[in-house]
Design a protein around this ligand. Structure first.
Ligand code: GLC
Ligand code: CA
Length: 510
């Protein structure tokens, strides 16, 4: 286990939308560096940076053209190294986004692999032997090469699938994960990881980590592959952290990842809390946390067996903003939960001020409906909310022009703001060992209020969360002292706890 992950609280930065230092309308490394003090003052001590590599940006950088070179618009490799150094100076850690499953169609490997003549890269991607045959288990691109064959794609049609083999090959074009070409792909990815770790990054968030080996329903071969890669990495960098975008901790954590996310795809639990017709976290109070609780337990058990943890992110660049359809009281409730659960918290930039999902935008760089969650950060009330001094029309994505658009500066000055509530919650988490990432967890009730216990050797805290717009009561079989409450009227008498509407109560038992 990496020591630093025990107390890590992450902030996800979408580089193009965070802070623009040279006024071209797009965020960059120097902009991020200028805001590191903001990040650390808010309470975060770790960063996940979305892809910042050379790319034609067909999928906002998840289509990498050169894995070892940063995109010019963000700055040079040296600037990125400076970002690593500035993070470390402040005691922070930073994860890059690794996209091991596919590249851009413009990657040199792909250009070589499209050629009719056999070469070193012919089998770097998944190709069938004839244009008339589709690769199994994936979509494909066809008809763009001299080479006779169809090439598998993982996501958009401009993201050809790298070849890590098939779990159980049945056709001549399908290779075993341990055949020479899939092993060469694996070696190339290891080499890329080592390149950035040598430069100073602290690990990776791994894109679509469950998708590498094809037709692998139980993920047996994919898990083996990650065990190999994670093992290799740990031999060089024992403190490096690998976090998977997989959404199924019961599988991913067996592969040696330190942490996996609960996500909007895969299982239902996460959406049932935040993103469905009647989410649990709503004043309407019509949801339930029961689906989540059941799933979470199952995953939690395997996580423990594998020494891993599970992250419940506030959102990310692929989902609707947490603030879509929620007011700030509701958001505070969400964060009282997110910041007291086990696993390292991940907050998506702007969620700490409740940035809105911006409706009605035209897609930018393959964002489609995700574009509204990727708008430039709102720092203050100066033009472009202080994100950039460029002309408005040059901004990477149009910003929120609604009267309710929040900004950092205004919220900093308001002690009851969402921002200051989050700061306070982070502070509490840091000061209570029972609330840290690897401390224990048990659910006591999953209706309104949601009640759970966090504990470790030295401490026990009961958390009660009541998103509903109506006071809730809960009978505790223990007594304790209220150390934090959200909303008006929290009390505890004769073991009965009153949890305010859209509120929360934290009780220290020992
Ligand atoms: C992941 C990324 C997403 C990207 C996709 C393809 O889900 O989070 O933004 O489009 O992978 O790389
Ligand atoms: Ca810029």
């Amino acid at each position: 286990m990496s020591k630093w992950l025990e107390t890590a609280i992450f902030y996800e930065i979408y580089p193009q939308s965070f802070m623009d230092s040279n006024n071209d309308g797009i965020g960059d490394f120097k902009g991020i560096i200028s805001k590191l003090d903001y990040i650390i003052n808010t309470g975060f001590n770790a960063i996940w940076l979305n892809p910042c590599f050379d790319s034609p940006f067909g999928d906002a950088g998840y289509d990498v053209r050169d894995y070892k070179k940063t995109a010019e618009r963000y700055g040079t490799n040296d600037d990125l190294k400076q970002l690593f150094d500035e993070c470390h100076k402040r005691g922070m850690h930073i994860l890059l986004d690794l996209v091991p499953g596919h590249t851009s169609v413009q990657h040199e490997w792909f250009k070589e692999s499209m050629k009719a003549e056999k070469n070193e890269f012919s089998d770097r991607y998944i190709w069938t032997d004839s244009i008339w045959e589709h690769p199994e288990g994936v979509s494909c691109i066809r008809g763009i090469s001299d080479r006779d064959g169809s090439c598998g794609v993982n996501f958009f049609s401009n993201q050809p699938a790298l070849n890590y083999g098939y779990a159980n090959p049945t056709r001549p074009y399908q290779q075993k994960p341990t055949d020479p070409a899939p092993m060469a792909t694996r070696a190339a990815i290891k080499d890329i990881m080592k390149f950035w770790l040598d430069m100073g990054c602290d690990g990776f968030r791994v894109d679509m980590a469950g998708s590498l080996v094809k037709c692998d329903p139980e993920y047996k071969e994919t898990i083996k592959l990650w065990q190999d890669i994670n093992g290799y990495l740990k031999s060089y960098y024992p403190e490096a952290v690998m976090v998977s975008e997989w959404g199924e901790p019961k599988y991913s954590l067996q592969g040696g990842f330190a942490m996996d996310f609960l996500l909007h795809f895969g299982q239902e639990g996460y959406n049932s809390l935040f993103r469905c017709e009647e989410p649990f976290f709503s004043k309407r109070g019509k949801g339930t946390a029961s689906v989540f609780a059941r799933e979470y337990y199952e995953n939690y058990k395997t996580a423990k067996e594998n020494g891993g943890i599970i992250c419940i992110p506030s959102g990310n660049h692929d989902m609707d903003r947490l603030a879509r359809g929620r007011d700030h009281d509701e958001l505070k409730c969400c964060f009282a939960f997110l910041l007291t659960m086990p696993g390292a918290p991940f907050v998506y930039y702007g969620d700490e001020i409740g940035m809105n999902y911006v409706e009605g935008l035209t897609s930018v760089e393959g964002g489609y409906n995700r574009t509204g969650s990727r708008t430039p950060m709102q720092w203050d009330r100066t033009p472009n909310y202080g994100f950039s001094k460029a002309d408005k029309r040059m901004l990477y994505i149009k910003q929120d022009n609604s009267p309710s658009a929040p900004d950092v500066l205004s919220q900093t000055g308001d002690e009851n703001s969402l921002y200051n509530t989050i700061r306070q919650l982070i502070e509490i988490r840091k000061n209570h060992p029972a609330l840290l990432n690897y401390s224990e967890f048990e659910i006591l009730s999953f209706e309104y209020p949601l009640v759970y216990r966090r504990y470790c050797e030295d401490e026990e805290i009961i958390i009660l969360i009541n998103p509903k717009n109506e006071t809730a009561e809960y009978n505790l079989d223990k007594t304790g002292e209220i150390i934090y409450s959200l909303g008006e009227g929290a009390k505890i008498s004769d073991n009965k706890v009153t949890v305010p509407k859209s509120g929360a109560v934290f009780i220290k038992i020992r």
